[in-house]
Design a protein around this ligand. Structure first.
Ligand code: GCB
Length: 870
């Protein structure tokens, strides 16, 4: 039955509606369009905010990206009617230092690239005229601004909204670290009743006292008024004052949780004594309470909840950090749809709109500032970090989803991996880091007494030894067992030992995960091979190990998405590929596996063959695929024939598929749902080039590589098998038990890194048993002895030769010499992937033999691609 609207309520709605429409006094305009940008102040281009100048150069073949100055300009008009108003310019984030000028006068400077700041520009403005804003942005390394060093790209620019805010003389303060000027506290929340307390900071810049009323209206999710309250407030002349106001209690509040993210809205309207609206605000209200127990884990609203979710970085393929808001919001939706109940916004505060979305969708939030890897022992660094944490807490305080405030990540990693430090320097660095941590912990507890404090560390006892791990209420371990460190099962062993040693400490697995490239797949996943199969193996085991341990508060995968990290030499260089989704947000199969164990809202199945492209199988070979589901069992059909009944365990079943040559149809049926996929397979009984024209081998690799550049999937390498192909000698370069990526480098002029990064060294003979005919043969090479930029995250990488050894060899195809005295280092000095292409005629059933005859050093080879011409 429709609810009857009484006359009184109607009048109230009209007043309220008018109140929110009449926000001309207290208005914010986004001024993102039509800025002028220059990197040298001579040539200018028109850009829109969000903007960065590093979206391309952080991904090109030249090491490094431009870290320096960028200049922005924008004109805006102010009418004379606004003469009495107060004007603020608000920047929601500029990376990383901004100096702002209005009409040629410097109005302020801000340090730190991830929080908002604003300036009162009223006295610099010309009325009935155009005004000019100029911003000098600097993203150079600055020892006094965190982050000093980290595994992500520090894109420079004005990359979040710029706002022009116009206010009457009485308004909510904007000057408390650029917060909204009010803070919501929940002195009491239970299923029976809840209380709200608001601390409002009100400014009166007029030269006389003003009588005002601050009206609070609490609305439920349907927009019905729950209660309201009016506070009469006399504002003193030229003062900024703080008022604490208790709001009426709410009986039987609907609680907020990931399953039911019930939100109320609180409207705050400041009137003058005649009822004219001066300023207004509104905020989400979510009634919830949290606690942690070192033995039993995390509690929300008095009930245990295992936090399972992801870390997120803010950048996006093609955009750097200047990402349209609609795309960013899609991230949060995808994260929710995966079934996450927690996000760690790493390693810095992200856009506020996303926290609002976490409120709405029901995702608990860990948010932090970028004090990472190392600190500077300077007053200025301490001040910038502390200031940043104050801005962070005050700007993000009111989001009910935010339950954890953090302030440091792996602060000892540089100390541990820098062997140039003296013992004294080491001691000093430990001391200063603990001192800063203590200061930041204190500030956090003081400003956010109802939140949980957090910090994350890497695998090293220094966090225990120094006591730093006991400062926050939850200590996050970033653990990469099975990637940088030991093996996958060592995770549980480590955590159990920590729990035993520190029974009073609450722990969260704040990072874990391997790099994975959707172009790489294999039957034999190995540590550090970037295969999606190894990614599945590691995540599936970690999930089991954490959910089995009652004392663990939760786990957040590293990372939701691949992200830019300029110095990296992953399978896609400049990108950290640990994402559950790709850099362009296409989900990898592991995303669907998480969805199958975390999201039980509706039945779900997924056949994990999205990236199984160009699979080549020999003779009777079959191929095992994974299917994932949140159901108990299913039936798999291959090419219309029932293949198997499967039981899903830990959300997954692995099933051996006897694929036929050509297109294969897979169908998975479970209860009411099903999914169909096709996989194109090249099934070979011999290398006879009868039903195929091209054949490629990824020499030195145990994995298939789907190469878009050459439109072929290279098969894994093997020792020579008569009638087929393989090496007669040689060893994979740079491979160890712990690292199965040969060369952790960008290969110039190529996007086919997995082809070049794996190679054989010392291979003098490679045979491919192809029939007589004429072929075009591409041989792929790279000189592996290239000094890499130090990558502290690549902890298990083999030590590279410090003295470049000479390598010269002749290359023959059968009896034909195709390259004499081949010296890759001289011919292609800059880490180029080299292709030698020749036409070769095979006669007398001799097959193809590639001979690499050493003149000096050992020959190398990365791959081969054969195309039949005749
Ligand atoms: C870490 C860091 C994170 C890196 C990650 C990695 O421990 O906290 O910033 O990106 O490892 O991928 O190596």
């Amino acid at each position: 039955m429709p609810r009857r609207i009484t006359y009184k309520i109607l009048v109230f709605y009209i007043v309220l509606g008018v109140a929110f429409l009449c926000e001309t006094n207290g208005q914010s305009t986004t001024i993102n369009s039509g800025w002028q940008f220059s990197d040298d102040k001579t040539t200018w281009q028109t850009v829109n905010i969000p903007h960065t100048w590093n979206q391309d150069d952080a991904f090109d073949d030249e090491p490094g990206y431009r870290r320096g100055l960028g200049y922005y300009q924008k004109k805006f008009f102010v009418s004379s009617e606004e003469k009495e108003d107060i004007h603020y310019l608000k920047f929601n984030a500029v990376n990383q230092e901004a100096t702002v000028f209005v009409n040629g006068q410097e109005i302020g400077n801000h340090k730190g690239g991830y929080t908002a700041f604003n300036f009162n520009i009223s006295e610099f403005i010309n009325h009935d005229a155009y005004n000019v804003i100029e911003v000098t942005v600097d993203n150079s390394h600055n020892v006094d601004i965190p982050p000093l060093d980290a595994d992500f790209t520090f894109y420079g620019g004005i990359y979040r909204d710029v706002e022009l805010i116009t206010l009457p003389k009485q308004h909510f303060s904007l000057e408390d670290f650029a917060s909204d000027g009010f803070y919501i506290n929940y002195p009491k929340v239970s299923a029976d009743e809840a209380r709200l307390e608001v601390t409002a900071l009100l400014n009166n810049v007029a030269s006389s006292k003003v009588q005002t009323e601050l009206k609070f209206t609490l609305l439920d999710a349907e927009g019905h008024i729950v209660n309201s309250h009016i506070e009469k407030i006399k504002l003193q002349a030229e003062r900024s004052e703080e008022f604490k106001i208790q709001l009426p209690e709410v009986k039987s509040p609907k609680l907020w949780s990931p399953e039911n993210p019930y939100l109320y809205q609180l409207k705050l309207v400041l009137h003058d004594k005649d009822g004219k609206i001066l300023d207004s605000k509104s905020t989400n209200i979510g009634f919830r309470w949290v606690s942690v127990d070192p033995d039993k884990g995390f509690y929300l609203n008095g009930k245990p909840i295992k936090l399972i979710g992801v870390n997120r970085h803010q950048d996006y393929e093609g955009y750097g950090n200047a990402v349209p808001m609609a795309l960013q919001k899609k991230d949060i939706e995808l994260i929710k749809d995966m079934g996450s109940n927690v996000i760690r916004f790493a390693h810095y505060p992200h856009a506020r709109e996303l926290y609002d979305l976490c409120d709405q969708l029901g995702i608990l939030v860990w948010t932090e500032i970028p004090v990472i890897n190392i600190v500077t022992d300077s007053e200025a660094y301490f001040e910038t970090s502390t200031n940043m944490q104050k801005e962070h807490i005050k700007q993000y305080y009111n989001f009910p989803s935010v339950v954890m405030f953090g302030y440091m990540n792996e602060i000892f990693i540089r100390l541990v991996f820098n062997n140039k430090l003296t013992d004294q320097e080491r001691q000093d660095l430990k001391k200063v880091s603990v001192k800063l941590a203590t200061q930041l912990e204190d500030v956090t507890r003081e400003l956010a007494p109802n939140h949980i404090t957090v910090m994350a560390g890497h695998l090293n006892d220094v966090y225990n030894e120094t006591g730093i791990a006991d400062l926050p209420m939850i200590f996050g371990w970033n653990l990469y067992f099975g990637w940088y460190d030991k093996d996958i099962p060592d995770l549980g062993i480590f955590l159990d030992e920590q729990h035993k040693r520190y029974p009073k400490r609450s722990m969260l697995l704040s990072e874990y995960g391997p790099g994975a490239d959707v172009r790489i797949f294999t039957k034999t996943p190995k540590k550090f091979d970037f295969s999606t199969d190894y990614q599945a193996k590691l995540h599936q085991s970690y999930y089991k190990q954490i959910t089995e341990r009652h004392y663990m508060t939760g786990m957040t995968a590293w990372n939701y998405a691949d992200f830019g990290s300029e110095f990296r030499g992953d399978a896609i260089p400049h990108v950290n590929q640990k994402g559950l989704v790709q850099y362009n947000r296409t989900p990898k199969d592991i995303y669907y596996w998480y969805k199958s164990v975390l999201n039980d809202e509706e039945p779900f199945v997924h056949v994990a063959t999205d990236f199984l492209k160009g699979l080549t199988l020999f003779e009777n070979e079959s191929y095992a695929i994974q299917i994932v589901s949140n159901q108990e069992k299913g039936i798999v059909y291959l090419n219309g024939k029932k293949q198997d009944d499967v039981q899903f365990e830990n959300g997954v079943a692995t099933i051996e598929m006897p694929f036929k040559n050509g297109i294969n149809h897979i169908k998975l049926v479970s209860e009411t749902i099903s999914e169909e996929k096709t996989v194109k397979v090249l099934k070979l009984d011999a290398l006879d080039f009868k039903n195929f024209k091209r054949f490629g081998i990824n020499i030195g690799a145990h994995f298939y590589f789907n190469d878009e550049e050459r439109d072929i999937t290279f098969v894994p390498d093997q020792a020579y098998k008569n009638g087929w192909y393989g090496y007669l000698d040689g060893t994979p370069y740079g491979m160890t038990k712990d690292k199965n990526q040969g060369l952790p480098h960008d290969i110039k002029n190529s996007t086919s890194e997995p082809l070049f990064q794996t190679l054989l060294e010392g291979c003098s003979t490679y045979k491919v048993d192809i029939p007589d005919g004429i072929y075009k043969v591409d041989l792929f090479f790279v000189e592996p002895q290239i000094k890499s930029i130090e990558n502290i995250y690549n902890l298990s990488k083999v030590k590279e030769d410090s003295n470049q050894k000479k390598r010269v060899f002749d290359v023959f195809m059968n009896a034909t010499l195709i390259e004499k005295q081949f010296n890759i280092a001289i011919a292609y000095p800059q880490k180029y992937g080299v292709t030698l292409t020749s036409e070769v005629q095979i006669k007398n059933n001799e097959g193809l033999t590639i001979s690499l005859q050493p003149i000096e050093g050992q020959p190398v080879i990365s791959g081969i691609l054969i195309e039949k011409i005749n």
